[in-house]
Design a protein around this ligand. Structure first.
Ligand SMILES: [Zn+2]
Length: 209
């Protein structure tokens, strides 16, 4: 299993074919390897609902108990991890363009602060970058309203979700942001729904040791 580790957080980005039928096995293996009692996961629907210490439906998961973890699955959307430096409080957020438009990462940071977080750090794991994230002209107004920068190259429009996520995190007062920037769509070995149209996903996990 090939992984990328965030330097400042207990978080892993797993590069392994992660089709739905393998998810149970991978989650179990990660829990056993890290000594975790539970790894929560949600049915992701490109919304902004945040689940706390539970499973169910949503695109954000917050954990507050040591010995537990939370996982999300992505292929092009950005996995965003936010954690407190001192307290057992961490969240993981599934941010595609709808999640960015809905300010999911900022809402997650605010929810963590409501739960008592005082010193938040964040990590941004690979998603589709502005080199490859082409959008149609019908989305230009929505992206502008959401603060997502778009550049036009040879008449085609490309959006920068990573920069918008960093803006949202900085806006919530988070200064320490680690960016593991590799575009999912043009980096060999990473999974991209837009490129491959298949069910392979990355699994990103945050846990409270
Ligand atoms: Zn790219």
């Amino acid at each position: 299993m090939k992984v990328v580790e965030a330097q400042t957080l207990s978080a892993l980005f797993v590069e392994q074919p992660d089709a739905k039928e393998h998810l149970e096995k991978i989650t179990g293996a990660l829990a056993a390897a890290l000594g975790l009692a539970t790894i929560h996961r949600v049915r992701q629907v490109h919304g902004d609902h945040i689940v706390i210490d539970d499973s169910g439906e949503g695109d954000g998961l917050i954990i507050t108990r040591r010995g537990t973890g939370a996982i999300i699955r992505t292929a092009d959307c950005f996995p965003v991890v936010i954690a407190d430096a001192d307290k057992p409080l961490a969240g993981i957020f599934h941010c595609g363009w709808r999640g960015v438009e809905l300010q999911l990462a900022a809402k997650g940071a605010r929810r963590l602060k409501e739960l008592g977080a005082r010193s938040l750090r964040a990590a941004l794991f690979p998603g589709i970058e502005r080199c490859c994230f082409k959008i149609g002209p019908e989305l230009l107004d929505r992206f502008a309203a959401a603060g997502i920068r778009v550049e036009t190259r040879k008449g085609e429009h490309f959006a920068d979700l990573g920069a918008a996520l960093v803006d949202q995190l900085v806006g919530e007062g988070i200064g320490e942001i680690e960016e593991v920037t590799r575009c999912t769509a043009c980096t060999p070995g990473l999974f991209s729904y837009r490129r491959d149209h298949d069910s392979r996903r990355h699994a990103t996990l945050v846990w409270l040791p």
